[in-house]
Write a new protein. Structure first.
Length: 205
């Protein structure tokens, strides 16, 4: 996909700040420091649109990026970061749960995991939560350039088996350094963004 326009339009700390535009959305979820910002910058061909940091847990809001004036990327707070206070984690959890369960514009989630290692318990719990709520997921295995090419399929299989990935979901190995998996990621994301529109969600679902 050719990116003509990409900008952050809102950093939301509460529901009232969510953009009201009807654009379809893809949320990006992952463990802190897994490479969400690098993924965003690479697929959007922007160097510093999403700020990368060596300090995990920096994203403390839902950051809405408007792309080509057609859809949103929504970067959500990373999970599994122990140094964030219990009170902060609970507040994020309530906000995220509300977003994922009620946001009508949401078409699916990109869940990023570190392809070099077996997915963590937090990764598994998050994937299972998305599946419980019937949210489509694209799994992106980051930092694949750190793995020898001959072992890519082994690591991809490990992600599939550990998460228990269902057939309708996709696992893609990705590198923000080399661009590996970028085209496949766009194909999967546009498939969710511009496929038939889902039924509106209700608070009871």
């Amino acid at each position: 996909m050719k990116i003509n326009q990409a900008e952050i339009v809102m950093s939301a700390a509460r529901e009232a700040q969510f953009p009201q535009a009807p654009f379809p959305e893809i949320a990006l979820s992952g463990r802190s420091n897994v490479g969400k910002s690098s993924f965003i910058n690479k697929v959007l061909t922007r160097k510093n649109l999403a700020r990368t940091s060596q300090k995990p847990g920096k994203t403390q809001t839902l950051n809405f990026y408007l792309i080509n004036n057609r859809f949103h990327f929504v970067d959500v707070p990373g999970y599994g970061y122990a140094k964030v206070s219990k009170k902060e984690r609970e507040a994020w959890g309530k906000l995220l749960e509300h977003y994922f369960q009620t946001r009508e514009q949401l078409r699916g989630v990109v869940q990023l995991v570190d392809s070099r290692h077996e997915p963590t318990k937090d990764d598994v719990a998050m994937y299972n939560w998305f599946k419980h709520h019937e949210i489509p997921v694209i799994i992106i295995g980051t930092k694949a350039d750190k793995i020898p090419k001959g072992k890519w399929q082994k690591h991809k299989k490990q992600i599939n088996e550990t998460l228990g990935v269902i057939n309708s979901d996709t696992v893609i190995l990705f590198s923000a350094e080399t661009g590996l998996g970028k085209d496949d990621a766009w194909k999967a994301m546009t498939g969710l963004l511009f496929s038939s529109q889902p039924e509106p969600k209700t608070d009871n679902e």
